[in-house]
Write a protein that binds this ligand. Structure first.
Ligand SMILES: CCCCCCCCCCCCCCCC(=O)SCCNC(=O)CCNC(=O)[C@H](O)C(C)(C)COP(=O)(O)OP(=O)(O)OC[C@H]1O[C@@H](n2cnc3c(N)ncnc32)[C@H](O)[C@@H]1OP(=O)(O)O
Length: 217
């Protein structure tokens, strides 16, 4: 497992974000539309043919395997395939995780039809995935990255689809272990709380260069 150096400037990162971000946003919109459309079935069949052609055009030149976690020499991270924050990943909401000076990390986001589990509510596995990431970023907020060792969730009440908030912070440290706690909340308060043991890998300096940082998006 290696982070990849891509030797491009900050301006080039911005330029690529402006190209691929809107494409992923449109695909997110597409996912929502596919779930909720009630148009005539002939329109659905036509749309499928058009989309198949679009997929083919994008696949005309593509990388092998996953996107990886790339960073520039200046330390701008580009985890653009990430399942939670990936700019180029339409499955990712994507969360924009903010790091505060006291070590708290927060994210405000909206989940729609694509994240449903119980009727009108967020799938429990989606809550776990988002909290895994937010807790992981809180655990890595000191720029020493850590992996999830154990993650415990407590589902207090259903999380309704719509605008949500997540936050997390390191509460204890013991050697390479960091205990991180966090929660997802809606307008009425916490819906899911989480506590995890996050562990700094023995060889972390080898897999993640010091210059690599979590990007703004
Ligand atoms: C370049 C651009 C960058 C931009 C981007 C940056 C990204 C930066 C932030 C990202 C945030 C992402 C957040 C997503 C979070 C994931 O999704 S990570 C993916 C899911 N997790 C994994 O795949 C981890 C898989 N497991 C492993 O790799 C290894 O088991 C671990 C967790 C590294 C531990 O291995 P190890 O270092 O060999 O552990 P070991 O020496 O045996 O034990 C060390 C200590 O930890 C304890 N421990 C070991 N395993 C566990 C466990 N599973 N549970 C609890 N305790 C444990 C041991 O008991 C021991 O405790 P002490 O005896 O010291 O008290």
């Amino acid at each position: 497992m290696q982070f990849t150096l891509e030797d491009i400037t900050a301006d080039e990162v911005e330029r690529r974000m402006a190209v691929y971000g809107p494409l992923a946003d449109t695909v997110r919109d597409l996912i929502d539309a596919v779930i909720r459309t009630e148009v005539d079935e002939t329109v659905v069949t036509e749309a499928n043919a058009r989309l198949t052609a679009v997929v083919e055009s994008l696949r005309a030149n593509q990388i092998d395997g996953a996107f990886g976690v790339r960073h520039t020499a200046e330390g701008i991270g580009m985890p653009w395939g990430n399942a939670v924050i990936g700019l180029r990943n339409a499955i990712a909401p994507p969360l924009q995780v903010l790091k505060h000076p006291d070590g708290l990390v927060t994210a405000d986001f909206t989940l729609g039809a694509a994240y449903e589990g119980p009727p009108g509510c967020v799938h429990g596995g989606v809550c776990a995935m988002l909290l895994d990431h937010v807790l992981g970023q809180a655990g890595s907020a000191d720029d020493v990255p850590c992996y999830t060792g154990t993650l415990k969730m407590r589902y207090l009440r259903p999380t309704r689809l719509g605008p949500l908030h997540a936050e997390a912070i390191i509460t204890e440290r013991e050697g390479r272990k960091k205990i991180v706690r966090g929660a997802i909340s809606d307008a009425d308060g916490e819906t899911v709380t989480a506590e995890g043991v996050f562990i700094v890998p023995k060889d972390w300096a080898g897999v993640m260069p010091e210059s690599a940082r979590i990007p703004p998006r």
